[in-house]
Ligand binder design. Structure first.
Ligand SMILES: [Zn+2]
Ligand SMILES: [Zn+2]
Length: 454
C-alpha cells in the first residue's frame, strides 16, 4: 500500500471537500481541497450563532481530527504534522473554507484568480478564528504548468465552473495516475476549458483512479446561460415593481448576464458593497474580460443609511487606485422604494437585511442560484420565503448549473478511460454507480474516513 486516499469530507455529501492523498513512495502527504462543512453548520447553528472555536468544529465532526493538522494561534511554534500541502481546485467555500484553520507549515497551492478571491473574502470577513490567514504560505499555479509537491508531479488544468479560475488535477503518484475533477460542467459558457482538461488526461494516459464530482446525478437542469439571460430579460420587462435578482457574487457569467439584462430592460443595476468588492477583485484576474466596475459608472452601489460602514464599504472607500466615482454611485433604500421600476437590485444568499431596509411593496424576486443554497450559503430558504410574502415579491427561478449533467458526466468519464471511479461531492453515490456501470465504467463508493489504495 504505497499510495492511499482517504475522503475526509465529500463522501455522500455535496461540498465539505477534503481528500487526503498519501504517497509513501515519494514520502509525501497532501489534501485535495479543504472545504467548509455546510451540513454541520446547518445542524448546529442558526444565524447569528457561529462556531466558537476549532475545538468545537472538531467536536461536531465538521472537520477531521488528525495530529498536528491545525494552526494553534496562541502557541509560537506550529505543531508537528506530516501533511505537506493542500491543492485547491477553486474558491467556492465548500472547497476552501477551512483552510484558515490549518497548520502554517502546510503549503497551499492554488490558481492566481482563486488566490485573489480567497484573500478578498478573508479581507472583508469579520476577524475570527476561522478567518485568520496570517502566516499562511500560498504558491500559485497556472493551467497546464506542472508543479511538484515532494516527488509528486501535479498538472492543474482549467475547467468550466460557476466561478472563474476553477481547475482539475492530473496527479502523477509513485504508483500511477490520480485525477481529481474538482467541480466542473460542459454546458457553460466556456466548455473548451473542460475539454482541455480531458485532453490533458488522455495525453497523460489512462488514470488509475478518477475522483469525480457527481452533484447533479439525481437532478439536472438543462438551461444554458444564454437561455437564462433570455428568460430573465423577458420576465423583468413585464415587471412593474422592483426586480431583485439573487445570484452568487463570484459567478461571473451570471454577472455578465445581469449586466446585459439591466441594459436591455432600461434599469440601473444596483449591487451591494460585498459584490462590488468581489468584482473589483475579479477585474484584476488577467484571464477574464469583465465589465470593469471601476470604469462602468452605470453600475450603482446599494447604500443603506447606517451609522457605521460595513467592512466591504470600508475596503471600497479606501481602495487604491480609488474606484472611480464610487461615492457618487450610491442608491439609498428610500430611492429604491420610491422608484422601483428604475432598478435591478442584485443580492446574494437571500439577504434578509436588504428586504428589511428596502421594504419593497411589490415586484419580483428572481433566484438565480443553486437552490436550496447548498454550496455557499447558511440562510434558511423558508425564512426567505416568509420575507418575500411580507414584501409582496413573487419568486422566480432561472439558473444554469455549475455542474455537469448525468449524460455529460458519462461522456466525460468514458473519455477519461479510468480503471476506477470514486464518486464524491454527491448526495447520491448509489445512483452514480447504477447509472454509469452499464457503460462498462467501474465505480467504487468511498466511505468517509476509510482509506483505499490507488
Ligand atoms: Zn463544490
Ligand atoms: Zn464549486
Amino acid at each position: 500500500m504505497t499510495v492511499t486516499i482517504t475522503v475526509h469530507g465529500g463522501a455522500e455529501e455535496i461540498g465539505s471537500s477534503k481528500i487526503l492523498v498519501e504517497d509513501k513512495g515519494h514520502d509525501v502527504k497532501f489534501f485535495l481541497d479543504f472545504g467548509k462543512n455546510f451540513e454541520a453548520m446547518r445542524q448546529y447553528y442558526d444565524f447569528p450563532v457561529q462556531p466558537g472555536s476549532l475545538e468545537e468544529l472538531l467536536r461536531i465532526e465538521a472537520t477531521p481530527d488528525l495530529p498536528g493538522l491545525y494552526h494553534l494561534p496562541e502557541s509560537k511554534e506550529q505543531p508537528k504534522t506530516d501533511v505537506d500541502a493542500v491543492l485547491l481546485t477553486h474558491a467556492h467555500t465548500d472547497h476552501c473554507g477551512y483552510i484558515p484553520l490549518l497548520n502554517r507549515s502546510i503549503k497551499m497551492y492554488m490558481g492566481e484568480c482563486t488566490r485573489r478571491v480567497f484573500e478578498a473574502r478573508i479581507e472583508g470577513s469579520r476577524k475570527r478564528f476561522d478567518t485568520n490567514i496570517e502566516g499562511l504560505e500560498i504558491e500559485t499555479f497556472k493551467t497546464g504548468k506542472t508543479f511538484k509537491v515532494g516527488g509528486v508531479e501535479v498538472q492543474p488544468v482549467h475547467v468550466d465552473h460557476s466561478i472563474p479560475g476553477a481547475y482539475g488535477f492530473v496527479i502523477h503518484l509513485s504508483e500511477g495516475i490520480l485525477v481529481y475533477t474538482g467541480d466542473f460542467r460542459r454546458h457553460g459558457t466556456r466548455p473548451q476549458l473542460t475539454q482541455d482538461f480531458i485532453d490533458a488526461i488522455q495525453q497523460a494516459g489512462p488514470p488509475d483512479i478518477v475522483l469525480s464530482e457527481g452533484t447533479n446525478i439525481g437532478k439536472a437542469e438543462l438551461t444554458k446561460e444564454a437561455e437564462v439571460r433570455r428568460q430573465i430579460e423577458a420576465t423583468i420587462k413585464k415587471c412593474r415593481g422592483l426586480a431583485i435578482v439573487d445570484f452568487s457574487e463570484v459567478d461571473f457569467d451570471r454577472f455578465r448576464t445581469m449586466h446585459g439584462v439591466a441594459k436591455a430592460t432600461n434599469r440601473e443595476l444596483v449591487i451591494e458593497p460585498r459584490r462590488m468588492w468581489m468584482l473589483d477583485t475579479l477585474n484584476k484576474c488577467s484571464e477574464l474580460s469583465t465589465p470593469s466596475i471601476t470604469k462602468d459608472t452605470t453600475i450603482r452601489r446599494y447604500a443603506p443609511e447606517k451609522k457605521r460602514l460595513s467592512s466591504y464599504e470600508k475596503l471600497l472607500s479606501e481602495s487604491k487606485p480609488p474606484l472611480k466615482d464610487y461615492e457618487g454611485r450610491g442608491v439609498k433604500p428610500a430611492e429604491l422604494r420610491a422608484n422601483p421600476r428604475r432598478y435591478l437590485l442584485a443580492t446574494s444568499f437571500g439577504n434578509i437585511s436588504l428586504l428589511q431596509r428596502v421594504k419593497p411593496t411589490s415586484g419580483i424576486y428572481l433566484l438565480s442560484a443553486s437552490e436550496p443554497f447548498n454550496e455557499e450559503s447558511e440562510i434558511s430558504f423558508d425564512k426567505l420565503l416568509n420575507w418575500l410574502t411580507l414584501s409582496g415579491l413573487a419568486m422566480y427561478t432561472a439558473h444554469c448549473s455549475g455542474h455537469v449533467d448525468p449524460l455529460g458526466l458519462r461522456q466525460t468519464l468514458e473519455e477519461m478511460k479510468p480503471k476506477s471511479i470514486y464518486p464524491i461531492h454527491t448526495e447520491n453515490p448509489r445512483l452514480f454507480k447504477r447509472f454509469l456501470e452499464p457503460s462498462g465504467l467501474s465505480i467504487v463508493i468511498p466511505k468517509q474516513g476509510v482509506p483505499f489504495k490507488l
